[in-house]
Design a protein around this ligand. Structure first.
Ligand code: GUN
Ligand code: ZN
Length: 432
């Protein structure tokens, strides 16, 4: 049966970096969804309700109905490794992260972690996530199964490492052959699942041999529906290590380019310290870049140059980058996004911030035909934000002059605690 969801609707109808009036907020709004979970129409309840006579009604009263959040970078095997003390990227990886990732060698532990991970993302209003998977195939099988069962739109793949290095536990290293076989198994699993996609995931240039990089390029070529995700230009020490190791290459991007991994299916995480050549080439190739604000602050990686990316026309998605990020909530990352740009004299308002977390992220992940806003025939992916039970937040919002101001306040003051429900494809996946 079709359903009409009632609440205050907020979404982007276009890119606010191009179209100034792209934010649409409808108080006493209605979102009309068919029995297959596709959006029929949205608008004022007084316009929708008389047309939707057959529909059942779900009344969220004055709560906000917002498109599902898109997390463009998160590490599943770091689910229990957030808030690990000390050091910048390379030290932190060796001291805290790689040891934590070995725990997923235990299938029962990995299975439990996968289900908790997916459930937790849905509770944060995340409806689409691009995920660095485990090095252990059984863990990734559990991850895809959990996403299928709980209804998360998931793009993921095994985090690939086959280069021996100081501090890398042997148990995390794969062989090229096994990695290929495991990837093909999961790629075929995804084929029958509309919400699931595979991402070829060489961890970063230092973690993979020539052979592994070539295997990745082969997969990307043979399975054009797959994505490729990796890290780039995150930290000065990392860049020195990469350019020191790959002396014959022009820069960090050139290492990936050499193997044919710089494509319009590629999502590059971080890209804080790129040179002009890299920026131009990322734009020309049509790669997306994932900005991970909380992680960049936590690891002291640097200030993401958003204006520079916009000038080059590069599509941006936001990422929590758990375990370097300290929140699983993309919504809470909006406040850090704002502050990082404030330090660079750019003041992002509510439309721009919401765009990055929803429609912009969907576009960067090439899923904007499916999700990101409430356009007709898109999948009904949304979450319900209900701040009114919170005493202070309720009071603060009552002192706002406009709905747009309220939305901006919520971006700084609301969190996953205020999420009442999450829906993917019209299915309630959180807040039973
Ligand atoms: N670069 C290589 N691996 C990682 C990782 O796990 N997290 C982050 N933030 N950067 C990386
Ligand atoms: Zn990362």
């Amino acid at each position: 049966m079709p359903t009409v969801y009632l609440g205050t609707i907020a979404h982007l109808t276009a890119d606010p970096f191009v179209e100034p009036n792209a934010l649409e907020i409808i108080e006493y709004g209605a979102l009309w969804v068919d029995e297959k979970g596709k959006i029929i129409e949205y608008g004022k309840r007084s316009d929708i309700l008389p047309k939707a006579l057959e529909a059942s009604i779900e009344d969220f009263k004055n709560a906000w109905i917002i498109p599902g959040l898109i997390d463009g970078h998160i590490h599943f095997p770091q689910y229990y490794a957030t808030a690990a003390y000390g050091g910048q990227l390379l030290d932190w990886l060796v001291q805290s992260i790689l040891p934590a990732e070995t725990a997923l060698a235990n299938p029962a532990f990995a299975h439990d972690a996968a289900y908790r991970f997916v459930k937790h993302l849905l509770s944060c209003g995340t409806t689409t996530a691009l995920v660095f998977g485990s090095q252990f195939h059984h863990a990734n099988v559990s991850l895809f199964e959990a996403a299928k069962e709980y209804g998360l739109r998931l793009i993921a793949g095994a985090t690939l490492m086959d280069r021996r290095g100081e501090g890398i536990p042997d148990s995390l290293l794969q062989t090229t052959q096994q990695a290929l076989a495991d990837a093909e198994t999961l790629i075929s699993f995804c084929r029958n699942e509309p919400l699931l996609h595979y991402a070829i995931t060489p961890r970063y240039a230092l973690s993979c041999t020539d052979g592994m990089m070539q295997m990745c390029a082969g997969l990307l070529h043979d399975y054009p529906e797959t994505y490729l995700q990796t890290h780039i230009n995150e930290n000065r020490g990392e860049i020195e290590a990469i350019t020191g190791h790959f002396k014959q290459h022009k820069d960090y991007l050139d290492v990936y380019d050499h193997y044919g991994l710089v494509t319009n299916r590629t999502v590059l995480a971080h890209n804080i310290h790129a040179n002009d050549r890299e920026m131009a080439h990322i734009a020309e190739a049509g790669c997306a870049v994932c900005h991970c604000p909380s992680s960049n602050l936590y690891l002291g990686s640097g200030l993401f140059p958003l204006t520079r990316h916009i000038k080059y026309g590069i599509n941006i998605v936001l990422g929590t980058d758990i375990g370097a990020g300290t929140s699983f909530s993309i919504w809470r990352n909006l406040s850090d996004t704002y502050k990082i740009q404030q330090l660079q004299r750019l003041s992002l308002d509510a439309p721009h911030l919401l765009y990055l977390a929803t429609l912009g992220g969907a576009k960067a992940l090439r899923l904007d035909h499916e999700t990101g806003n409430f356009a007709t025939s898109k999948s009904a992916d949304f979450f319900v934000l209900n701040p009114l039970e919170d005493n202070y937040l309720g009071e603060r919002l009552s002192h706002c002059d406009s709905l747009k101001q309220r939305l901006f306040c919520l971006m700084h003051l609301a969190s996953e605690r205020h999420i009442e429900a999450t829906f993917v494809g019209g299915r309630r996946v959180y807040g039973m």
